[in-house]
Ligand binder design. Structure first.
Ligand code: GUN
Ligand code: ZN
Length: 446
């Protein structure tokens, strides 16, 4: 953890990699990829001040850290993750709706206890940073105390975090249900307390259409009308059984996504997890409203939900970002998430490039969240959220890395073989918030 006082001027020397635009889904080319091997990243007052070649070090009034031969990227962005589901990661043997009943709801009910909520929120925030994630869009629980705990944990670490109280007024167990007027009052109070404070933003958070009455969804839409700049997050079209259930609950809607559209929930600050079972009209609606899908490949594989059609989203010009969806997903690592995204696309006959995968967890996510002025790239003026990585850890990955013939081959091997062990340091707003302890993982055999 960092000390109490910010270091005003700090410079890191490493291989810098970020993006100036969307590199495209497959066929790796170097367009939009900004690779600056052996460069200094200069950080002043928590922001990126400049980038200059390694041979031109900054002056004596800079604290210089030489990480030559390591990879420096923007901090990673996870656009859909549940802070209250750490206890249910890797729970055996069920698909979505049964998994929610058997494992997830009981774990979330424990967050009614404020002390438990606080402890888990601190663990969660540290775990994000230890995986290289500096910004996240997060589901806590239905309890307002879990929202306070999470915003507080992020604020203490200086993180960019978007979250809000989960709305559920039906089809959930006692202790996890709210009602329309109580939920509305709690949301108003939480928005007043947290939205726009430091790097925190509020998200109106109906869990999914099955757990909110039409009246509660309408209330959520009204909140968005009332509070410009507030986000919206939910789940959509994740499993076939879920889609069939929503069709029975909302027979008047054209589709699952249309339920949210009718409630006024789709806009350019809307983040919808999964979106596997959408059709072309849905994808056009996403593009027209500017809402994004948070693609969660680890979760989709683990729960057996289906194979996301990323190419159809590209064709429709709809936004896609990447997400761990822990605890449906089995790792907070956005690198493992990228590797799973590659596997899902491979099963669809599409070869996701490592450039597109990393873009989707950095600049692409930042743009989809309308936060590219703050995060997602190494552009001067951006807040200095950055991660430093070993290109390879262990003998197998090191020999593979040594054989890579070009940048894409190297980055792809990194993306497929690396995980949080490769992470050396995580900086949030220029301050060290995670540092690998003990052995240099690069020297470990595995
Ligand atoms: N749909 C509604 N709630 C959830 C959840 O907690 N996780 C996932 N993966 N899907 C959901
Ligand atoms: Zn989820």
């Amino acid at each position: 953890m960092s000390g109490a006082h910010p270091i005003p001027r700090r410079a890191l020397r490493a291989d810098l990699l970020d993006f100036t635009g969307d590199p495209g889904l497959g066929a790796p080319g170097l367009g939009m990829v900004r690779h600056r091997p052996d460069h200094w990243l200069l950080i002043e007052h928590g922001r990126i001040a400049a980038v200059q070649p390694g041979a031109r070090p900054p002056g004596p009034d800079w604290l210089c850290e030489d990480h030559r031969g390591q990879l420096l990227t923007p901090g990673l962005i996870d656009t859909h993750v549940h802070s209250v589901q750490l206890d249910v990661i890797a729970s055996y043997g069920s698909e979505l709706l049964d998994w929610l009943e058997r494992y997830t709801f009981p774990a979330e009910a424990r967050h009614a206890d404020a002390a438990h909520a606080r402890e888990q929120a601190e663990t969660f925030a540290d775990a994000l940073l230890a995986h290289g994630t500096t910004s996240a869009v997060v589901f806590p629980s239905v309890h307002a105390t879990s929202v306070d705990a999470l915003f507080g944990a992020a604020q203490r670490r200086g993180m960019r975090l978007i979250t809000g109280k989960v709305l559920m007024d039906r089809h959930a167990p006692e202790g996890l249900r709210d009602d329309v007027s109580q939920a509305q009052a709690q949301c108003q109070a939480l928005i007043a307390r947290w939205h726009g404070t430091d790097r925190l933003a509020y998200a109106v958070t109906p869990r999914f259409a099955a757990t909110s009455t039409p009246e509660q969804l309408a209330m959520a839409g009204a909140l968005l009308q009332l509070h410009a700049g507030v986000y919206m997050q939910t789940h959509v079209a994740e499993s076939r059984a879920e889609v069939a259930w929503i069709a029975r609950l909302f027979p008047e809607a054209r589709s699952y996504l249309d339920v949210y559209h009718r409630a006024g929930l789709l806009n350019e600050r809307a983040v919808l997890a999964h979106g596997i079972w959408l059709d072309d009209a849905d994808r056009k609606l996403l593009a027209d409203t500017g809402a994004q899908v948070a693609h969660s490949p680890s979760s989709n594989l683990f729960l057996g939900s289906g194979l996301f059609d990323w190419q159809a989203m590209v064709d429709a010009r709809a936004e896609v970002s990447l997400a761990s969806d822990v605890g449906g997903g089995t790792s907070l690592s956005m690198l493992r998430t990228m590797a799973d995204a590659y596997r899902v696309q491979a099963l669809r006959g599409v070869r996701l490039s490592a450039f597109k995968a990393l873009h989707s967890a950095t600049l692409g996510a930042a743009r989809a969240l309308k936060l590219e002025h703050e995060i997602g790239s190494l552009e001067p003026g951006r807040i200095a959220d950055v991660t430093l990585w070993d290109w390879a850890a262990g003998s197998v990955a090191r020999s593979r890395d040594a054989l890579a013939r070009d940048l894409h081959e190297r980055l792809f091997a990194w993306m497929m073989l690396a995980d949080e062990r490769n992470l050396v340091t995580t900086l949030v707003a220029g301050r060290t918030q995670y540092k690998r302890r003990g052995n240099d993982a690069g020297a470990l055999e595995s």
